[in-house]
Design a protein around this ligand. Structure first.
Ligand code: TEU
Ligand code: CA
Length: 559
């Protein structure tokens, strides 16, 4: 397996709107980010992934782009962005930008033109169809509720939008559009960026004819996923993109790919295929959803998590590469989700960090994760901002679902859990802004904030720092092979890593009760060194039978 920098790096995701506000307008911005770069450098971060900062009407907080080559006014100017890049590079870190090209904003100049007439030169940049029997061209549901089609009066046709009405899908069948995208990518690469995170990039190739999705009892619109996820020309497009835009630059790429399997991920990330370096898969964050999608709440079964993470570790062992994440701007906070943010906040956050960071792949940390930020419960729907939440709420209220039940699903799964402002200190608004924040601060900021955890050597923050340092010190954490231990243990997630004669043993108690874990004789008989743990461990302790306290995690190196 080839050794490269992006396999040995740790990435930190910034969602600019919620990171740090420098001018008191309540909205995070680029100067705010610059003011906090030392926090990231001290943590040990190598690469920053910046969620979109381009011009946008913010229907989906920047994932609806109206100008790919300019900066959103609220975030600053291109000069601010250039300063950001320079300041990141000065600190020896790298910057990857978000590439959102499955769709643009409906306020992008291309779409404004495309709407004008059927023979406009930009018409074919988007996906237009005639209605069928006075209805939408097909029965696909938008990811943000309702039909995936919007009717346009001027030309009496519908356009496709897999996300919001203000995010029309781009037509990748059109070579001119593809060329524009590659030129735009090179324009940013020439500014010196270090790569891209590619938004829903496995949605860009749609099946010819856009067939109806499988009808479902009682549903007007249904998923069209089989006809746009990992579509027929996806590999062709990604290879073309690599060849025409990326090759020749020493950069990294990560493709966000809902619905991807390990087998497909291997094709996307195999170094021979020249598509992307790694993908974001969703299997492990879909395990607590029922058959009716993310709002259909279901408790996590540890067996499922072991099965899923293990098959991804093994699936990309020989070719390809994994990304490792618990959190991003679309996911609820992990300590609230798979940990216990009430009784074992510190212990469970550290256990989850250990479990993930000792695996094989490139780890991603989402802003606030390193200080143990939690989910939030706002009493009123008026305090929520996310379009996915607001559309779902409206649809369910109209369908007669009790508000109490809707709010419960928002508390558990809503994207705004991840989007409350970063809690920097215990001053008003958590030090995020001197004005009124665009979304309320989590009321627990006096207990949970960066200033506090940086000052406390036993904190979640210092634990993350140590995990990152260990990855730099031990090649086995980056390149060692993964194998699960005692797959059937009901309470413990344990595995080994192996590189040559070296072995690592990772043992994590996933629950708030004591338990014991028995190491196989061939491992327990070896000399062991404790690399990290979230509890005090006696040095003399034998490891044949490990007594684990609530959410206890330990990593041993054997020799
Ligand atoms: O998300 C794509 C995606 O898979 C979403 O359906 C996501 O899973 C959803 O938020 C689940 O609740 C990307 C971005 O990360 C997201 O923020 C954008 O809203 C979306 O694409 C459209 O650009
Ligand atoms: Ca601001």
């Amino acid at each position: 397996m080839e050794k490269v920098w992006w396999k040995e790096s740790v990435v930190y995701q910034i969602y600019p709107r919620s990171f740090m506000d420098s001018n008191g307008d309540g909205i995070g911005d680029i100067q705010g980010i610059i003011s906090k770069l030392d926090h990231l450098k001290d943590l040990g971060i190598d690469i920053i992934w910046l969620s979109p900062v381009y011009k946008s009407p913010n229907d989906d907080n920047g994932y609806d782009i109206s100008d790919y080559k300019d900066i959103m006014d609220e975030f600053g100017t291109m000069a601010d962005w250039e300063e950001l890049l320079a300041q990141i590079h000065n600190r020896g870190m790298k910057l990857i930008m978000d590439l959102v090209v499955n769709h643009s904003s409906d306020e992008h100049e291309w779409f404004i033109e495309a709407k004008k007439s059927k023979d406009n030169p930009y018409r074919d940049y988007y996906i237009w169809r005639k209605g069928k029997d006075g209805k939408e061209p097909n029965n696909w549901e938008s990811c943000f509720s309702g039909s995936a089609w919007k009717y346009d009066e001027t030309t009496d046709e519908y356009f496709l939008h897999l996300f919001s009405k203000k995010q029309p899908d781009l037509n990748w069948e059109n070579p001119t559009l593809r060329g524009e995208v590659y030129d735009m990518m090179k324009w940013w690469l020439d500014k010196g960026i270090d790569g891209f995170r590619m938004d829903v990039i496995n949605f860009i190739s749609k099946v010819d004819g856009l067939p109806d999705g499988e009808p479902q009892e009682g549903k007007k619109y249904v998923s069209g996923a089989p006809y746009f996820m990992n579509g027929p020309k996806i590999h062709e497009y990604l290879q073309e993109m690599h060849q025409q835009a990326l090759s020749g630059y020493d950069v990294m790429t990560v493709g966000e790919m809902p619905g991807v399997s390990p087998e497909q991920a291997q094709l996307y990330t195999d170094e021979q295929c020249k598509e992307v370096n790694m993908v974001f898969q969703f299997e492990h964050v879909d395990l607590d959803s029922g058959p009716n999608g993310k709002w259909d709440l279901k408790p996590l079964d540890l067996k499922d998590l072991k099965w899923s993470l293990s098959r991804w570790q093994k699936g990309l062992e020989k070719a390809g590469w994994n990304s490792l994440y618990w959190n991003n701007h679309d996911q609820p906070r992990i300590v609230s989700r798979f940990g216990d943010d009430q009784n074992y906040h510190n212990e469970s956050a550290k256990m989850l960090a250990t479990l993930l960071h000792m695996m094989k792949g490139t780890p991603y940390i989402y802003q606030g994760e390193e200080i143990g930020m939690t989910n939030v419960k706002f009493d009123s729907i008026d305090d929520y901002r996310d379009i996915e939440i607001l559309n779902m709420y409206k649809e369910k209220v109209e369908a007669g679902v009790p508000v109490k039940d809707i709010m419960k699903s928002i508390y558990v799964k809503g994207r705004d859990n991840a989007r409350t402002p970063v809690q920097w200190n215990s001053s008003e608004n958590a030090g995020f802004t001197t004005g009124t924040p665009w979304i309320k601060v989590n009321p627990n900021y006096r207990e949970i904030n960066a200033e506090k955890v940086v000052a406390d050597s036993n904190s979640i923050y210092h634990y993350y720092r140590k995990l990152i340092q260990l990855r730099k010190q031990h090649e086995i954490i980056v390149y060692g092979d993964y194998d699960i231990l005692h797959e059937d243990h009901p309470q413990v997630f344990a595995y080994t890593r192996t590189l040559g004669n070296e072995k690592l043993v990772v043992v994590c108690n996933f629950y708030g009760e004591d338990t014991t874990f028995e190491l196989p004789e061939d491992l327990s008989s070896k000399h062991n060194t404790l690399l990290i743990s979230n509890y005090n461990v006696e040095e003399s302790e034998a490891i044949s039978q490990i007594a684990l306290r609530p959410y206890e995690a330990r990593v041993y190196k054997l020799s």
